[in-house]
Design a protein around this ligand. Structure first.
Ligand code: ZN
Ligand code: ZN
Length: 558
């Protein structure tokens, strides 16, 4: 009797399961052991909540297709600070954090030489490909560990192709990796803001491949910029955003007097138009166009080995910085990006087939609500200036040591000291760091600080101090790191937004998986950004990047 009842329940459960089952999926065992193409998509400054905020207005082929048809790790976070573009892109593809891969900021400081503001992909030893300007003098040489692409190429003895693409040089270069060769086996392409062309450097190649030259000849940048940036939908439908003209948006002189639609970017000509393109959704259109050209031009996914395309959409970040997360501009940017994604996914589907492509989508950091908007709505937040911190510290050092020049710079929520002066003044490093941390912690908008001495001696296992430690490299990071209060921004005007903090609005980003063996589903388990690279490598059965600090995610595969 009991057995029968259980049998009936099981049968009913099986029936319900079958009835609810979506479209039939091929069994995992019938799929190829490795995907023909891996596509990593990064959306610069995309917070995870945008998926839901704009859900009702997305089409079925972009973000919704990834969510409905793929696997959504809804609780994915950056596990270091500063949450910035260079570190973010490096961490996604190296599976480790800045303490190990060394890209500790977009602009880094060298404590040994006292040189500051060293751009993370600048390389004076290389020259441009497709350009003779300084915009081509870039390489990944400052990144200290391997990427997914490097491992893939070592696994196939250089047969796999790896292509990194973005408007921002760092967002193209760091994801691709190091292992360039004379056959264009690994390459990165980025946007030259003076000419509207995609360029590369001698690190990767002598000259652009023919398909890229051809793409550049069409001058798509000028074509896109010949139209004003108008709203995709009727204005009344932008119910997720503040009014079009609100006090929390910046303007782009000279073509904008008020931050309102339609943005008359068509008034800009030549170099002015090229320079402004990344600040419009046309930047994402152009990135998508170039990505499709690269897949075709390099025949990615059709060469008998697994190839990798790493594409990053930079414009959402640049637009977010200008107008803030609650602007109609950002809403319109994502509705338009959804169309670019639709086209990209459709293309991949037609090119190699969905079951032969492993796609993931994530972001390099999030963004805070405009702090002025927060305070106007009685929510804690605010602004502090690096210059004010610097002046306070200079006075402190003058009083204590008789030398204000002990301060090198205040940058990326860190204080850098001129260590070469320590011996002259008989300064104990731990003592001046402690003094600095004590002073900084008293300032408005700062909730804590940790010294380099403490970071070297202790292992922090939770909270913002752990995030600082993960983002701190002994040769490239500061003497004292401080923690901004939630809702506070360093060195920013009262319009638009930024990022860099250890708080959830900056760390919580989407992570979507789609294609090949990925099963539909979602998880609310906390996962870290550094888990992406080991997951990709484990899924396709290759070695993880050599500095991996994350772990492969479970439960993605059907
Ligand atoms: Zn970014
Ligand atoms: Zn940014």
């Amino acid at each position: 009797m009991k057995k029968l009842a259980i049998g009936a329940v099981l049968a009913a459960a099986a029936f319900i399961f079958m009835a609810q089952k979506p479209a039939p999926q091929p069994a995992s065992s019938s799929l190829p052991r490795t995907p023909k193409l891996v596509v990593g998509i990064v959306v610069d400054q995309m917070r995870y909540d945008y998926i839901y905020r704009y859900w009702d207005k997305f089409g079925n082929g972009g973000f919704k297709r990834l969510v409905n048809d793929g696997y959504f790790n809804r609780n994915t976070h950056y596990n270091y600070m500063p949450t910035e573009t260079g570190p973010g892109h490096a961490s996604i593809y190296t599976g480790t954090f800045p303490a190990v891969h060394g890209i500790v900021a977009n602009r880094m400081n060298d404590l040994n030489t006292g040189k500051n503001s060293i751009y993370c992909v600048t390389d004076s030893s290389v020259t441009g490909a497709g350009t003779s300007s300084g915009e081509g003098k870039c390489s990944p040489r400052k990144m200290l560990t391997t990427t997914i692409g490097d491992q893939l190429r070592m696994n196939t003895i250089g047969k796999s192709k790896v292509v990194g693409i973005a408007l921002k040089d760092r967002a193209a270069i760091l994801p691709a990796g190091h292992s360039a060769d004379t056959l264009n086996g690994l390459a990165a392409y980025w946007y030259e803001s003076a000419t509207g062309k995609f360029i590369s450097s001698s690190y990767y190649m002598k000259a652009l491949p023919a398909w890229a030259e051809t793409f550049n000849k069409y001058d798509f940048a000028a074509q896109y910029m010949s139209k004003p940036w108008s709203l995709l939908l009727p204005a009344a439908q932008y119910t997720e955003s503040l009014p079009d003209d609100n006090p929390y948006e910046g303007t782009f002189a000279p073509h904008e007097t008020r931050p309102v639609f339609p943005h008359p970017v068509d008034k800009l000509k030549g170099a002015d138009a090229y320079k402004a393109l990344p600040r419009t959704p046309y930047g994402s259109n152009l990135t998508k166009d170039f990505a499709l050209a690269a897949i075709k031009g390099e025949n990615l996914g059709k060469r008998g080995v697994t190839d990798l395309l790493a594409v990053s959409f930079s414009s959402p970040d640049i637009i977010g910085h200008a107008y803030g997360p609650q602007s109609m501009e950002i809403e319109d940017t994502y509705l338009r990006l959804d169309k670019d994604l639709t086209e990209l996914l459709n293309f991949i589907d037609n090119w190699v087939g969905k079951n032969n492509a492993l796609v993931f989508l994530t972001a390099d950091h999030g963004a805070v609500e405009v702090p002025q908007y927060l305070t106007d709505n009685h929510i804690p937040g605010g602004y502090f200036e690096d210059e004010v911190i610097a002046d306070t510290l200079k006075r402190l050092y003058q009083r204590h040591y008789g030398d204000s020049s002990l301060l090198l710079t205040v940058d990326n929520y860190q204080v850098f000291l001129r260590r070469s002066l320590f011996a002259k003044h008989k300064i104990d490093a731990a003592e001046i760091q402690r003094l600095t941390a004590g002073k900084i912690t008293q300032m408005r908008g700062i909730v804590g600080a940790v010294t380099a001495t403490d970071l070297l001696a202790n292992e922090f296992t939770s909270g913002p101090r752990m995030l600082i430690q993960n983002g701190w490299h002994p040769k490239r990071s500061g003497d004292v790191c401080y923690i901004p209060a939630p809702g506070w921004l360093a060195g920013w005007g009262k319009t638009g937004t930024s990022h860099g903090s250890p708080w959830s609005y900056d760390t919580h980003i989407p992570l979507l998986w789609w294609g090949w063996k990925i099963k539909p589903g979602q998880s609310d388990a906390h996962v870290n950004i550094v888990d992406i690279a080991p997951t990709v490598c484990q899924l396709i059965g290759i070695q993880m990047p050599n500095g991996t600090a994350g772990k492969p995610l479970e439960g993605l595969i059907r």
